[in-house]
Write a protein that binds this ligand. Structure first.
Ligand code: ADP
Ligand code: GLC
Length: 490
């Protein structure tokens, strides 16, 4: 199957969160399964072309935009540990600047940047003579690909037989654009924009809705989230349309690229280990604590280390930490370490925590991939107390590293973590149901109570490390969705 994947993020070249990881592991899995994927991503100014061996091609192509034409140039690289080609679309006006989205406020021309990219991908595929069976778009930034496939490119023999699959990673970001700008820019014109049209929501263009309405099939990143988004609480205003398209919507659980995330081979951590050599995990903890400034005399203390690797946004449940963690820290029941960046108010809270508990709260504000690996290897527990979580990847990484997840039972967290039962020794972590301080604290207390206690601790860590959430399993499920889409092109 020829699969064209387009995404605003692709790890390791350009990543803000889990979207980048998924856009990289899926094509690698498809290649392993004998398919032919090709990946497109914008050539952002801060992509390190030298480090990744990304080279310019001599393919320059024109992109029809409304009544005028713009240009793009292709650069070519490969996904690490694979032969999957990645094409970077260069356009200086739109992408030659630092950052992907221009967060926290977003670049003011994000509408044009991503609409240009989406349209350019179709022209680039033609320039490369890559005739896709599937066009697979991800999240709001590339959602318009679904509409373009069914309109501008519907009669183009190059794309006429292709099916469009749209994957929702997060309903909280919908790509709402000014209608006049966006409709003109995409060539649909204002005639296609009216109350109730497939592009419209609350008087603006809604890219997420556009993707949902035009796609042949829609997926989201876990079975539980696929159900949750049909309800007002998680549908973020689009639940009606998700229900309308309910027969074409399925949840496919994300996976993990174990070539990147495996404690046995991970080059970023201090000491590799397996489930048979878990004492080496302890070395990771000690070295990490030491590097964070914990004095040598305190390294032998048998205090559990609770970690977190996260964007600092409302989604991630930082408020629950604000309400509970000081209690745990002041009684010396845990050490807490985190690497995170995002909203100012949460960063400020973490700085406060570091000042108050200098040797117990180990705070890194920022974004650093190597450091995220070290935290996951060093920690005994990983907390993910999200308000909502479409899938979540860090809890799956943690499991592989024998780091026990403590999570809220929502979205993909509910699909990947099962409560540990001391009487049966089954389960791989700890969960709480409601977004409430008391429930969160109780789950943390349950977790801490088995820390180091045999035989519970051994069974729990073995159960965790034996979980298999491989990317290939996830990739296979997508292939089934693609077949389903091809059999039912609308
Ligand atoms: P989301 O996509 O909502 O941020 P996920 O759990 O799906 O949540 O994915 C987050 C990804 O981003 C993971 O690969 C995680 O390791 C990474 N990540 C998040 N914050 C940081 C950070 N501060 N430094 C390094 N990696 C981070
Ligand atoms: C989104 C979600 C996260 C998911 C990731 C990859 O960013 O917030 O839960 O794991 O996409 O699908």
């Amino acid at each position: 199957m020829n699969i064209l994947l387009l995404s605003a993020e692709v790890t390791p070249f350009a990543k803000a969160g889990g979207l980048g990881d998924v856009a990289a592991f899926l094509p690698k899995a498809w290649e392993e399964l004998g398919h032919t994927p090709i990946v497109f991503v914008p050539k952002y100014g801060n992509i390190d072309t030298q480090k990744y061996g990304i080279e310019p091609t001599n393919i320059v192509f024109s992109v029809p935009i409304s009544s005028w034409v713009e240009y793009g140039r292709l650069w070519r690289g490969t996904l690490p540990d694979s032969n999957v080609p990645v094409y970077f679309i260069q356009n200086q006006d739109y992408f030659d600047r630092q950052g992907i989205y221009g967060n926290p406020d977003g670049f003011t021309d994000n509408d044009r940047r991503f609409l240009f990219f989406t349209r350019a991908v179709f022209e680039a595929a033609k320039a490369l003579n890559f005739k896709p069976d599937i066009v697979h778009a991800h999240d709001n930034h590339t959602a318009f690909a679904m509409a373009l496939l069914k309109s501008q490119y519907r009669l183009d023999p190059f794309f006429a037989k292709a099916a469009g699959v749209f994957t929702i990673h997060n309903m909280a970001y919908q790509g709402m654009y000014d209608a006049k700008r966006a409709m003109e820019f995409t060539g649909f014109g204002m005639k296609s924009f009216y109350t109730g049209s497939w592009f419209e929501q609350y008087g603006a263009v809604n890219s997420m809705k556009t993707g949902i309405m035009f796609a042949d099939k829609i997926t989201t990143v876990s079975p539980t989230y696929a159900q949750e988004i049909r309800w007002a609480k998680n549908g973020e205003g689009l639940q009606q349309f998700l229900n309308e398209r309910g027969g074409d919507l399925v949840g496919v659980l994300n996976g993990v690229d174990y070539t990147e995330w495996d404690p046995e081979t991970d080059a970023a951590i201090y000491n590799t280990y397996t489930k048979e050599t878990l004492t080496s995990k302890e070395i990771n903890k000690r070295k990490y604590l030491y590097e964070c400034g914990v004095p040598e005399s305190e390294l032998g203390q048998n205090i559990p280390l609770v970690g977190m690797v996260t964007r600092l946004t409302d989604q991630k449940g930082i408020e629950l930490l604000e309400q509970t963690i000081e209690n745990f820290l002041s009684y010396g029941l845990m050490r807490f370490c985190i690497i995170g960046s995002g909203e100012r108010k949460y960063e400020d809270f973490l700085r406060y925590l570091a000042r108050k508990f200098p040797r117990r709260a180990l705070i890194q504000i920022g974004y650093n991939t190597n450091q995220s690996h070290r935290i996951i290897a060093a920690s005994d527990f990983l907390v993910v107390p999200s308000r909502f979580e479409p899938c979540g990847l860090t809890q799956m990484y943690a499991l592989k590293y024998g780091t026990i997840p403590i999570v809220r039972a929502t979205g993909g967290l509910a699909d990947t973590v099962q409560e540990f039962n001391p009487s049966t020794l089954k389960g791989n972590g700890f969960l709480f149901a409601n977004y409430q301080r008391r429930e969160f604290s109780a789950a943390v207390r349950r977790a801490l109570s088995v820390y180091g206690v045999k035989p519970y601790w051994d069974a729990l860590r073995t159960n965790a490390m034996e979980c298999d959430y491989s990317a290939v399993r996830s990739g296979k499920s997508y292939i089934e969705v693609f077949r389903w889409a091809l059999d039912n092109i609308r």
